[in-house]
Design a protein. Structure first.
Lengths: 275, 124
C-alpha cells in the first residue's frame, strides 16, 4: 500500500513537473514567435530604410553631377578667358616693344634734326652730319660731296675712314654717285657684301641732299661698322631726314658764312670810306 | 634714390642721344664731358654712380681714362660702360680687362643701353 502511495505521489510530482515543462515550452514557443515577428519587423524596417536611403543619395549624386558640370563649364569659360587675356597680354607686350622702338627712333630722329639745326657754322654742320652717320647709322667709311653748280661736279667736303683726296671729282650724271645727284633718288646696293677694297665710285648707299627737288650734294657710304651687317628701318628714316634736313642745314650755313663774309667785306669798305 | 651718371663722349650728338635715353630712367641726373681729361675732372669734382664713356676721344681716350679711374681707389667700384664704334673682340676684351663693366657698340639702341645701366645700378 505504501508502495502504491509512493508511486502515485511520484507520478503526481512527475505530472506536475511535466506540466511545468509544457508551460515553459509554451512560453518558449510564444517568445520564439514574438522574436520571429520582431526579426521580420526589423528586416522590413531595414529594407525600407535602405530603399529610402538609396533614393536620397541618388538625388544628391544627380545634384552633385549637375554642379560638377556647371563648374566644368565655368572652368572652361575661365580657361578660355585666360587664354584670351594671355593673348591680349602678348599683344600688348609686342605693341609695347613696337612703341618702345618707335619712341627710340623718334628720339634719334629728334636728336639728329635738333643737332643739324643747332648751328650755322658750315664746318660744324658737316661734323654733325658725320656724327649722325657714325653714331646713328653705323657708317665707317663715307663721304659728303657737294655739287658745284658752275662745273656740275661733286666734290668731297667731308669724309670718314678715307681722305677727301681719295674721292675724285665726279661729274653729275656719271656713275652711281653722279646718277643720284642727277635723279635725286636714293641708291641702295641690293646686297651688302664683305668689304674688300675702297672704291670711291662704288658706294653701298648714296643719298641725295635735296632742298625740295633741288639737289645740292650727296652722301656716299662705302662701308658699315663691322657690328652693323645691314640697314635697319630707322636707317631709311634717317636717310630721308638727312636728305632734307642735312641739305637745309648745309645750305643755310653756307649762305650764312657767305653773308658774314660779305658783311665783313662791306663793313671793311665802309670803314675805309669813313676814315 | 637719384642716380648721377657721367657721359663722356666727344660727339655732342652722341651725348645728346645718351642723355635722351638715360633720362627716361626715373631719378637719373646726367652730366656731360667731351673727352677723357674733362671727364676725369668732372668725376673728381662730383659724386657719380656710373660712367658712360666713348673710346675714341681727343686729349685722352676712353681706355686710358678707364685705367686711370681704376687706379684711383676712390673710384675702383664705380661702374663704367664703354660705348664705342670699335666692334672688335680684342677691343672689347681690352676694355673689360682694364676695368670696364660693360661694352656697347655703336650705333646704340636706347633700350639696350638702358637695360645695361639698370643692371649695373641695380634698378628694378
Amino acid at each position: 500500500m505504501v508502495d502504491e502511495k509512493n508511486i502515485f505521489s511520484r507520478a503526481e510530482e512527475f505530472l506536475q513537473l511535466f506540466k511545468k515543462g509544457a508551460d515553459f515550452t509554451q512560453e518558449l514557443l510564444k517568445e520564439n514567435e514574438r522574436l520571429r515577428f520582431k526579426v521580420v519587423q526589423l528586416e522590413e524596417e531595414k529594407r525600407l530604410v535602405s530603399v529610402s536611403g538609396a533614393g536620397s543619395s541618388g538625388k544628391l549624386a544627380a545634384e552633385l553631377n549637375k554642379r560638377i558640370q556647371t563648374l566644368e563649364q565655368e572652368m572652361q569659360k575661365l580657361l578660355q578667358r585666360h587664354r584670351e587675356v594671355e593673348a591680349e597680354n602678348k599683344d600688348f607686350a609686342n605693341r609695347y616693344i613696337e612703341i618702345e622702338q618707335e619712341n627710340n627712333n623718334l628720339a634719334n630722329l629728334y636728336v639728329a634734326s635738333f643737332q643739324l639745326h643747332s648751328t650755322l657754322d658750315f664746318k660744324e654742320v658737316l661734323q654733325i652730319i658725320q656724327e649722325i652717320i657714325i653714331n646713328l647709322i653705323g657708317g665707317e667709311i663715307f663721304g659728303v660731296l657737294l655739287l658745284d653748280e658752275k662745273t656740275n661736279e661733286l666734290t668731297a667736303v667731308a669724309t670718314e675712314g678715307v681722305d677727301k683726296e681719295e674721292i675724285p671729282l665726279i661729274k653729275i650724271g656719271v656713275g652711281i654717285i653722279g646718277g643720284v645727284a642727277k635723279s635725286g633718288e636714293n641708291y641702295f646696293i641690293d646686297e651688302i657684301k664683305p668689304f674688300e677694297k675702297f672704291n670711291p665710285l662704288s658706294p653701298i648707299v648714296c643719298i641725295p641732299l635735296k632742298i625740295k627737288e633741288h639737289v645740292i650734294g650727296v652722301i656716299a657710304i662705302y662701308k658699315l661698322l663691322q657690328q652693323k651687317p645691314k640697314f635697319s628701318e630707322l636707317d631709311y628714316e634717317l636717310f630721308t631726314l638727312l636728305a632734307g634736313h642735312a641739305a637745309t642745314a648745309i645750305f643755310s650755313s653756307k649762305l650764312y658764312s657767305e653773308s658774314e663774309r660779305k658783311l665783313s667785306t662791306i663793313q671793311g669798305f665802309i670803314n675805309l670810306l669813313t676814315k | 634714390m637719384a642716380y648721377r651718371i657721367l657721359i663722356i663722349d666727344d660727339s655732342p650728338t652722341m651725348r645728346q642721344l645718351l642723355v635722351f635715353a638715360l633720362k627716361r630712367l626715373n631719378g637719373v641726373e646726367v652730366a656731360e664731358a667731351s673727352d677723357g681729361v674733362d671727364g676725369y675732372k668732372k668725376l673728381t669734382s662730383g659724386k657719380f654712380d656710373l660712367i658712360v664713356a666713348d673710346i675714341n676721344m681727343p686729349v685722352m681716350d676712353g681706355l686710358k681714362l678707364v685705367s686711370i679711374i681704376r687706379g684711383n681707389p676712390a673710384y675702383k667700384d664705380i661702374p663704367i660702360v664703354m660705348v664705342t664704334t670699335e666692334g672688335g673682340k680684342e677691343d672689347r676684351e681690352k676694355a673689360l680687362s682694364l676695368g670696364a663693366n660693360a661694352y656697347i657698340t655703336k650705333p646704340i639702341q636706347a633700350p639696350h643701353v638702358l637695360s645695361v645701366v639698370k643692371e649695373l645700378l641695380k634698378i628694378t
